[in-house]
Design a protein around this ligand. Structure first.
Ligand code: PPS
Length: 307
């Protein structure tokens, strides 16, 4: 007999072509309102391909801006409420799961507002550019990004059914993913910074290698003066194990298997560079590398798959 607790209560969404990008409806349903979103000049947009380190950088920025002035925030407001996910629109019988990212963003009392998106750069509402907003783009090497996305799709009903790893692997190479091709995403944002200077393009692997150094660079970009002591504190608070055990960061407060089922995989899974080695076969790795060479032509955009 099947275990009813394992039976999904909502069907998995299908991918469809949306302005040339594969998407699922939860991130396109509120399109008009998203496109008409009125950014403020001090808004900070945190942009990533899914599973590239959004929550990590969101938490860092939140601590840098509000960690000292509002310590209560750190124990009472989950990260997805502090840094609204602009793209999303969910309808659900539970009130906690019935909202749009735009509404959450418009209700934010903070200044600056920290906002999250996974959109490819061409989907970002134009007001962010018109207002010359600062944007932090986090990129993660494709191999680890793929593995992380696979485990995420296994555990969240909001994403398409991932199926078997070997088919998922091919789907990723073909760009048949929610938010489209990783290759187009990282390249699109990389190129955009040539014409829009307020983008700080950073890498998951660098953050993993030296968090303190990357926070220093972030502060420089954001124009924040932070003492070495506070920087050290923030670095400590955003270590993987600390964030994994922090209810405000690990998404455990969502507490609904319709959204995320932690029995399948935790949100804070491994947080490592190089976990792809535990998933890729030798053959897959060779195929991946050949395909990568064809798709990633810009010599200035270099990723590390090991540190
Ligand atoms: S989402 O759903 O797209 O917003 O996910 P996102 O936050 O972008 O990415 C989740 C992955 O980031 C890892 N993570 C971290 N790694 C190291 N240190 C810290 N502090 C940290 N916080 C989040 C998280 O574990 C996911 O990666 P994997 O490889 O699956 O563990």
């Amino acid at each position: 007999m099947s275990d009813p607790s394992q039976t999904p209560s909502v069907p998995r969404p299908e991918l469809f072509d949306f302005h040339g990008v594969q998407m699922v409806h939860a991130f396109t349903d509120n399109w008009e309102n998203i496109q008409n979103f009125k950014a403020r000049p001090d808004d900070i947009l945190i942009a990533t391909y899914p599973k590239a380190g959004t929550t990590w950088v969101s938490y860092i920025l939140d601590l840098l801006y509000f960690g000292q002035s509002d310590p209560e925030r750190q124990t009472s407001i989950p990260i997805y409420r502090r840094v609204p996910f602009l793209d999303i629109s969910v309808t659900h019988s539970e009130e906690e799961l019935n909202y749009t990212g735009v509404d959450l963003a418009n209700e934010l009392p903070t200044s600056p507002r920290l906002l999250k998106t996974h959109y490819p750069v061409q989907f970002v509402p134009k007001s962010f550019f018109e207002q010359n907003c600062k944007m932090v783009y986090v990129a993660r090497n494709a191999k680890d990004n793929m593995v992380s996305y696979y485990h995420f799709e296994r555990m969240t009903q909001v994403q398409p059914e991932p199926g078997e790893w070997k088919n998922y692997f091919q789907r990723f190479l073909d760009g048949k993913m929610n938010y489209g091709s990783w290759y187009d995403h990282v390249n699109g944002w990389w190129q955009r910074k040539n014409t829009y200077s307020n983008i700080h393009y950073m890498f998951f692997e660098d953050l993993s290698e030296n968090t303190d150094r990357e926070i220093t660079k972030l502060c420089r970009f954001l124009g924040l003066t932070v003492t070495p002591e506070i920087r050290r504190q923030v670095t400590g608070q955003v270590q993987f194990d600390t964030m994994k055990n922090n209810k405000m960061a690990n998404y455990s407060t969502l507490n609904s298997k319709d959204m995320m089922d932690f029995r399948v995989s935790p949100f804070m899974r491994k947080g490592k560079v190089g976990d792809w080695k535990n998933h890729f076969t030798v053959e897959q790795n060779e195929k991946f590398d050949q395909d990568y060479e064809q798709k990633m032509k810009d010599p200035n955009l270099q990723f590390r798959t090991l540190i």
